[in-house]
Design a protein around this ligand. Structure first.
Ligand code: NAD
Ligand code: UGA
Length: 473
């Protein structure tokens, strides 16, 4: 057992990682008081909303945990100073997006929010404090954080005192959105990188409340930081690989779902992450691979950098390939045609649209002067407007709204008078669409494009619809 017993945790960043991760820790460790802080007041207000349907993120099972723990040992606040001061462990769980300008723009991760968190900690922390990197970070970021803690505190503490007051651990998060609670409750592994065994054990003790010891891996700081980037790069690489094969299947008469099953049955390959689709989305795969390529270039490994860049290239190619294919099938032009988009989030069971393939695909279609009616069970009209950089228009029966889009509240509504339906997210309800009703609702000849292999296309076909499924030759 460690001799450091954690009683108060502060988590900086109440987002898709901070929110669910701290909720699960609170649920499993009732003796620990957890305060999640954020600079975004609106987000904190939503976390504190009495109506659990208003939580800022949708994640199955999260509402139940919030109702059990909120205002007991789980608190959401904008009072960063007070909550940092009283914590014995601080998780940094802030955003680390790709830099948009300056040195490394378009590749390097923007660490300004991590840096500001470190400065806040340096300023407000009191007594010995363990700092945990939860955000995904470039290798050797812990060194930067340590530097900030030491140097920005010169006036208050001597350098030696600052060194002893803090320990830094890397504890990357491997949850996937849509299954976050299950991933957190039953992780494949928990990774803790650090230098001080006592600090590592203090964090390990928290996880031991519900995770088997054999699944908790301790490494050095740099292995831990790098492993997170590499895990995402490998996962994304599998998707790009299977998406290239989907195109080959379409040309040759093979079927991607049969090929995935056949190759995935080999234990060495494994059956997960072999579903062809419209390309991977989400806030992390692209950003983390870009970060990896930047690191490789920094260390003079240009071949390695090029190798990983290709995973992103293929992802862009898949999105473009699908857009072009839709246009070709609709007689080479979609101008003045209405297309229903089913699903806008980057995957099922989340309201997150960051890097969703739907964004690029919809933008390209709108460029061709079609009219889109978009339906998603969880994404808001406001979010879609932000992503498409265009306001929503009122739905209109007359198809004269070239380059515009409207928001639909049902599949039926979206498909009314549409020439085509494109399924872009694997929401459960798309499995059971009643195609007999949809078929009479659309304009003929009508098409269904299923980029997620989720719909019952045999049924759609029997109702007279033309169908296309990714990877189906
Ligand atoms: P997010 O944007 O949803 O949340 C980050 C939050 O941090 C925001 O609400 C922001 O306002 C807040 N913040 C930023 N600077 C702050 C500061 N100085 N003080 C207080 N609050 C501050 O991001 P996310 O999706 O939760 O991702 C966070 C990190 O976790 C990223 O590094 C990401 O790569 C990593 N990660 C994400 C996932 C995922 O599925 N989203 C999974 C694993 C790891
Ligand atoms: C991913 C990883 O799976 C997590 O382990 C990691 O913690 C997280 O990134 C992160 O660092 O942010 P996430 O992006 O939430 O999680 O969701 P995934 O399930 O990985 O899906 C990513 C994208 O790949 C989605 O667009 C999804 O539709 C697509 N995908 C996934 C496929 O096209 N095919 C598949 O077989 C699997």
């Amino acid at each position: 057992m460690s001799s450091i017993k954690i009683q108060k945790i502060c988590c900086i960043g109440a987002g898709y990682v901070g929110g669910p991760t701290m909720s699960v820790i609170a649920d499993k460790c009732p003796d620990i008081q957890i305060n999640i802080v954020d600079i975004n007041k609106e987000r904190i207000n939503l976390w504190n909303s009495p109506d659990l349907n208003n939580l800022p993120i949708y994640e199955p099972g999260l509402d139940k945990i919030i109702s059990r723990c909120r205002n007991k040992n789980l608190h959401f606040s904008t009072d960063i100073e007070k909550n940092i001061a009283k914590a014995d462990m601080i998780f940094i769980s802030v955003n680390t997006p790709t830099k948009t300008k300056g040195l490394g723009a378009g590749k390097a991760s923007d660490l300004k929010w991590v840096e500001s968190s470190a400065r806040q900690i340096a300023k407000f922390a009191e007594g010995y404090t363990i700092i945990v990197e939860k955000s995904t970070l470039p290798i050797r970021t812990a060194e930067t954080i340590k530097n900030i803690l030491i140097t920005s505190n010169q006036n208050k503490y001597k350098e030696k005192d600052s060194l002893q007051r803090f320990d830094i651990l890397s504890n990357p998060e491997f949850l996937a959105e849509g299954s976050a609670i299950n991933d957190l409750e039953n992780p494949d592994r928990v990774l803790i990188g650090g230098e001080n065994k006592k600090a590592i054990n203090a964090l390990k003790d928290i996880y031991l409340e519900w995770v088997d010891e054999s699944k908790i891996l301790s490494t050095n700081l740099w292995s831990s930081e790098l492993s997170k980037l590499i895990a995402n790069a490998f996962l994304a690489q599998r998707i790009s690989s299977i998406n290239t094969v989907s195109a080959l299947c379409e040309q040759t008469g093979a079927d991607i779902s049969e090929v995935s099953l056949a190759i995935g049955s080999d234990k060495r390959i494994g059956k997960y992450f072999l579903e062809a689709g419209p390309g991977f989305g989400g806030s992390c795969f692209k950003k983390d691979i870009l970060c990896l390529t930047y690191i490789c270039q920094h260390y003079g490994l240009s071949q390695v950098s090029k190798y990983w860049e290709e995973v992103i290239e293929i992802n862009n190619w898949q999105k473009k390939r699908i857009t072009n294919l839709v246009i070709e099938k609709l007689f080479g032009t979609i101008s003045q045609k209405k297309i229903a988009i089913l699903g806008f989030s980057f995957k099922g069971n989340t309201n997150d649209t960051r890097e969703s393939p739907a964004i690029d695909i919809c933008k390209e279609l709108l460029e061709e002067d079609c009219y889109l009616s978009i339906y998603d069970p969880k994404v808001s009209v406001k979010q879609i407007s932000i992503d498409l950089e265009k306001p929503c228009t009122e739905p209109n029966k007359i198809i004269n709204q070239a380059g515009k889009w409207s928001f639909s509240r049902s599949i039926m509504d979206a498909s009314k008078n549409a020439d085509a339906i494109i399924i872009l997210t694997e929401w459960e309800e798309f499995k059971t669409i009643d195609w007999s009703q949809i078929a009479v609702n659309m304009r003929s000849p009508s098409w269904v494009f299923d980029t997620r292999s989720i719909a019952d296309l045999n049924e759609a076909k029997s109702q007279g619809l033309n169908t296309w499924r990714v990877g189906n030759g």
